[in-house]
Design a protein around this ligand. Structure first.
Ligand code: 8X3
Length: 246
């Protein structure tokens, strides 16, 4: 049975990926900080779901948790763990929030990728990275969040180059609006912000994204999806802004 490691698997897109991968025959190690939620998933999903409790930013805790797993290696790494914090303009942002996004979305992602890469090469495995439309299309308040996701996209493409000849597949997934806990986290637990963003918009769901992840994970070994971008039909592009002399 092939084994995947899905980071941030206790909720949202990560949880949906774990469910979809298991439904298509994978064993999934699901990481996250919420031990109780991961245990609930293990009870529900059975032996195919193996919880690994750690904060993705804590390398020592990660290494201890991974070393304790009853797993020999991984055929797939789904780098899903990540977050946005704040929607304000750069000049009004909290520097600690910026650092938390960089630590999680960039540093922790490259660190776990670096750790798993030798094993993934040995198994001719795959890496699927969760980037965002914010990597491609700037929007006000996107600043560092968009920057981290642009990093994830370009890192993915660079990995593709470096891994030439290894058989390892790499994909950058770039979703737009997906209704998860993302907006609650971004706005400090503000339910009204969540409702205002998703209300009447028929947003994508975690399961919509997981369907693409499972499709890509199960493609034959000669077939690589480099990047894939998706949005709900309700979301599209607006024009440039012009700040005029008053
Ligand atoms: C976030 C996507 O559309 O909310 O990754 O900016 S969007």
């Amino acid at each position: 049975m092939k084994t995947a490691l899905v980071t941030g698997a206790s909720a949202g897109i990560g949880e949906a990926c774990a469910r979809r991968l298991i439904a298509t025959g994978w064993r999934v190690v699901g990481t996250g900080r919420n031990a109780a939620r991961l245990e609930e998933l293990a009870l529900e999903l059975g032996e195919a779901f193996v919880p690994a409790v750690f904060d993705i930013r804590d390398e020592a805790a990660r290494d201890a948790a991974l070393a304790a797993l009853p797993v020999n290696g991984f055929d797939l790494l789904v780098n899903n763990a990540g977050l946005a914090l704040g929607t304000g303009p750069a000049q009004a942002c909290d520097l600690d929030q910026w650092k938390t996004m960089i630590d999680t979305n960039v540093t922790a992602l490259v660190s776990i990728t670096h750790k798993l890469l030798p094993g993934l090469i040995e198994r001719r495995g795959a890496v699927i990275n969760l980037s965002s439309v914010a990597a491609i299309y700037p929007y006000t308040g996107g600043n560092v969040y968009g920057g981290t996701k642009a990093f994830v996209r370009q890192f993915s493409l660079g990995l593709r180059s470096d891994l030439a000849g290894t058989g390892v597949r790499v994909t950058s997934i770039e979703p737009g609006m997906v209704e998860t806990g993302f907006t609650m986290v971004r706005n400090g637990g503000d339910r009204a912000a969540h409702d205002a963003l998703y209300g009447g918009a028929d947003p994508l769901t975690g399961d919509d994204i997981a369907e693409s992840v499972a499709w890509i994970a199960n493609l034959p070994p000669h077939y690589n999806i480099n990047t894939i971008e998706m949005m709900p039909v309700s979301q599209s592009f607006a024009g440039f802004q012009v700040a005029r002399n008053s």
